[in-house]
Design a protein around this ligand. Structure first.
Ligand SMILES: Cc1ncc(COP(=O)(O)O)c(C=O)c1O
Length: 381
């Protein structure tokens, strides 16, 4: 038997474990701002939808029910400025992480093909390229691609970005679509924080007619309700766009049994039809975000981008592990920016996905004027 030649990156979170242990020794408990997992309850309305669909003896449709696919199209029209999404171009996925990890494979990419992704990025774009045997390329602009352009087959965009919170505007998206079309590459845009723009920031979709000229050919938007609806535990997400690409992906997923359970399809359908719970969740995050922003500024951080999504991308212009170590000594855990690529080495990612109680604790963890740990102070209440 030959050994597998698949080389995956080290699982980075293991490196953070000693700092987590250190922060956990704080007498008032750890304030964990590292992992972006939702902490507020799943809205009742969605829990009820799941329960109402609990009687599910038969196999569900891999394609999703027509009602679900229509609900996705209606959501795009209502919330994302995409009036004419064809429900045939919608496919539910088991959370969006699996789609991100398997899309290059599902598109038939392999050795010799290049998968481009943002320079500071959610690590699964790179993993997905490797799973397919393709080559990942971290690049933000077409100029950085150079002679590889002829082999780029998939371009990942992520707006709002994880970890940076950066939003790509219509112009940037349009240019990327034009370039990708000129070289015959697919554009997949991971937009899972799109409903979480702050201070009036608008988040355009790759499927917006102003971006794509009204044609969804060669384009896929990847979306998840994990964050906006506190549904990470349900694994409720979808991909939408070019019906030809979606059918190709569907064929393989049918063969491979990559099916969203029917009760989750129902929960997803109901979640997408209700804007109220999303507005309430946004309010919660907006409140916490303001308090955390004050704390970061009091701590001497500069905040870059972060205009949308669930993270602050912050720097004290020092190596990220120094920042992680200093905050861990005061019982606060953040994520080092180099988890997201070498360009993140002087930043940390600070997640908003914490309880009000944890946010209140931050106030008591501001360094003293001499930088001594554990002093009280700052302007947080
Ligand atoms: C940019 C991005 N894409 C995809 C995901 C995966 O989300 P899920 O699998 O819960 O849909 C995450 C999760 O944090 C993310 O940050």
């Amino acid at each position: 038997m030959t050994a597998s030649r698949l080389v995956l990156p080290d699982f980075p979170w293991d490196k953070l474990a000693p700092y987590k242990a250190r922060a956990g020794q704080h007498p008032d408990g750890i304030v964990d701002l590292s992992v972006g997992t939702p902490v507020d309850p799943t809205p009742e309305l969605i829990q009820r939808a799941l329960a109402a669909a609990a009687d599910a003896p038969g196999y569900p449709q891999t394609y999703g029910t027509p009602a679900l696919r229509e609900a996705v199209a209606a959501w795009f029209a209502r919330r994302r400025g995409v009036p004419a999404l064809d429900p045939d171009g919608v496919l539910p996925t088991v959370g969006s992480k699996e789609l991100v990890a398997w899309l290059p494979t599902l598109l038939g990419l392999g050795p010799g093909d290049v998968v481009m992704h943002p320079q500071v990025a959610y690590p699964t774009y790179d993993v997905g390229a490797r799973l397919a045997g393709a080559t990942p390329l971290a690049a933000d602009g077409t100029l950085q691609v150079g002679p590889a352009a002829g082999t780029v087959k998939l371009v990942w965009l992520n707006s709002p970005g994880n970890p940076t919170g950066k939003v790509l505007g219509v112009e940037h998206l349009r240019k990327t679509v034009e370039w990708a079309r000129s070289i015959g590459a697919v554009v997949a845009s991971d937009e899972c924080y799109a409903e979480l723009g702050w201070d009036g920031v608008e988040v355009p979709s790759i499927l917006d007619p102003e971006v794509c000229g009204g044609s969804h050919e060669g384009l896929l938007a990847v979306y998840s309700t994990s964050k906006q609806s506190n549904l990470a535990g349900y694994r409720a997400a979808f991909v939408a766009g070019d019906p030809v690409l979606v059918r190709r992906i569907l064929e393989i997923r049918k063969h491979a049994g990559m099916i969203v359970p029917w009760p989750v399809q129902e929960a997803l359908r109901v979640a997408l039809g209700d804007d109220e719970h999303v507005a309430q969740q946004r309010e919660r995050y907006a409140r916490r975000r303001e308090l955390m922003r004050e704390w970061l500024v009091a701590e001497g951080f500069k905040i870059d981008h972060s205009e949308a999504g669930l993270y602050f991308w912050a720097t004290r212009d020092e190596p990220c592990w120094d920042t992680v170590s200093d905050l861990a000594a005061r019982g606060v855990l953040v994520t080092p920016g180099d988890f997201y690529g070498p360009s993140g080495a002087r930043h940390v990612r600070v997640a908003l996905t914490v309880s009000d109680e944890s946010v209140a604790k931050l106030a008591r963890r501001t360094a003293g004027p001499d930088g001594s740990p554990g002093s009280t102070g700052g302007n947080l209440r």
